[in-house]
Design a protein around this ligand. Structure first.
Ligand code: TYM
Length: 323
C-alpha cells in the first residue's frame, strides 16, 4: 500500500497543516509512502523565487522535524522531479476537460476578483492528480479542503485507464477524525491558511511560544459564555475545542463538558498547542542550522522518488502512444 501527500511552500506551515496532515504522516509511514514539498504548486500565484527556495527548505526541515523519517518513507522536493511531474501533467491535461478544471472550488476562490489569473491556477489540480498517480498511490492523507482535488484525480485515473490501458491505481482521500478543517482564530468562518501572510488568526508551527499564546488568547469566540461543541452556532469555540482535542487525543464533545469558561478553554488550548509544537520547532531549528544534512535528505529523496515513479510514467507514455 502506498500513502502519499504533500505540502505547498506558499507560506509558513500553519497549525492546520500540522494537525490536519503532517502529524498524521509522521504517526504512520512505511517504506512505500511518499511525502513531498510541492514547490511547483507554489507558482500558481505571483511568487518570489528567493522566498520560494527558503520556504521549500523550511518545509523540508519541518517534515523531518515532525517525525517523517526520510530513511523510511520517501521525502522529496517536487521540482527535483520536474521532468516527470511535468510529463504526466501533460498527459492528464489531455485527459481532463476545461469544464472539470473550472469547477474546482479553489480556482474559483483564489481567482475571484483578480484581473490577471495564471493559467497554472486553473490547471494545478491536474498537476496534483499527476503527483498522486505518478506514484501509484492508494491513500492520500489530507485535510478536508483537498477532497475535490482527490475526486478529480480519481476521475482522470479512471478515464485514462479506460481510454488507453490500466496504468493508474485509483487513490482515495483519508481525512482525520478531528482537525480536518482548522479554522482561522480571528475569523472562524474561514479555514486557517498559510497564504494569508502573518495574520493574528494563524498559528505557525515555528511561531515562538509567546506568540502562539497571544494569538490563542485573542481568538474570536462569542457572547454566549457557554463551552459547548456546536460548530454551526459557536464556530470559534468549536474550533478551539477541536484544536485541543487534536492536541490531546480526546474528543471535542468530552472536552466541552470539562471546561467552564472561555478563559480556561483558551489557556488549555495555548498550553496544548505550545507543547505539541515545541519538539517540532526545536528540531526544525537544528535542521535549518545544518544545511549539509538537509541537502543529504533532499538528494536521497529525489533518487528514491525517481526510481519509484519511473516505471509508471514509462507505462503511461507507452499506452498513450508516445513510445
Ligand atoms: P496545502 O499546502 O495547502 O496543505 C497541506 C495539507 O494541510 C491540510 N490543511 C489543513 N488541514 C486542516 N485544517 C486546515 N486549516 C488546513 N489547511 C491545510 C491540507 O488539506 C493538506 O493536506 N494542493 C495541496 C498540496 C498537494 C498535494 C498533492 C496533496 C500537492 N500535490 C498530492 C496531496 C497529494 C496543498 O496546497 O496543500
Amino acid at each position: 500500500m502506498t500513502r502519499l501527500s504533500a505540502v505547498k511552500p506558499s507560506g509558513h506551515v500553519q497549525l492546520g497543516n500540522y494537525l490536519g496532515a503532517i502529524r498524521r504522516w509522521a504517526d504512520e509511514h512505511g517504506p512505500n509512502d511518499v511525502f513531498f514539498i510541492c514547490d511547483l504548486h507554489a507558482m500558481t500565484v505571483p511568487h518570489n523565487p528567493g522566498r520560494l527556495r527558503a520556504l521549500t527548505r523550511e518545509q523540508l526541515a519541518i517534515l523531518v522535524a515532525a517525525g517523517v523519517d526520510p530513511e523510511v518513507a520517501c521525502v522529496y522536493v517536487q521540482s527535483d522531479l520536474v521532468d516527470m511531474h511535468g510529463a504526466l501533467t501533460w498527459l492528464l491535461e489531455c485527459t481532463c476537460t476545461y469544464g472539470e478544471a473550472i469547477r474546482m472550488i479553489q480556482f474559483r476562490e483564489k481567482g475571484a476578483g483578480q484581473t490577471s489569473v495564471r493559467l497554472g491556477l486553473l490547471t494545478y489540480p491536474v498537476l496534483m492528480a499527476a503527483d498522486i498517480l505518478l506514484h501509484g498511490t492508494d491513500e492520500v492523507p489530507v485535510g478536508e479542503d483537498q477532497s475535490q482535488h482527490l475526486e478529480l484525480a480519481r476521475t482522470l485515473a479512471k478515464r485514462f485507464n479506460h481510454s488507453y490501458g490500466e496504468v493508474f491505481t485509483l487513490p482515495r482521500a483519508v481525512l482525520p477524525t478531528v482537525a480536518a478543517r482548522v479554522r482561522d482564530l480571528s475569523d472562524p468562518t474561514r479555514k486557517m491558511g498559510k497564504s494569508a501572510g502573518d495574520s493574528p488568526g494563524v498559528v505557525y508551527v515555528l511561531d515562538p511560544p509567546d506568540i502562539v499564546r497571544r494569538k490563542i488568547r485573542r481568538a474570536v469566540t462569542d457572547d454566549r459564555a457557554a463551552v459547548r461543541y456546536a460548530p454551526d452556532e459557536q464556530p470559534g469555540v468549536a474550533n478551539l475545542l477541536e484544536i485541543l482535542a487534536a492536541c490531546t487525543g480526546t474528543s471535542p464533545y468530552t472536552l466541552a463538558g470539562t471546561i467552564s469558561s472561555y478563559a480556561e478553554l483558551k489557556e488549555s488550548v495555548a498550553d496544548a498547542v505550545v507543547e505539541t509544537l515545541r519538539p517540532v520547532r526545536e528540531r526544525a531549528a537544528e535542521l535549518l542550522a545544518d544545511p549539509a544534512e538537509l541537502d543529504r535528505v533532499r538528494k536521497l529523496g529525489a533518487e528514491r522518488a525517481r526510481t519509484h515513479a519511473r516505471s509508471r510514467l514509462d507505462a503511461a507514455l507507452e499506452v498513450a502512444g508516445l513510445r
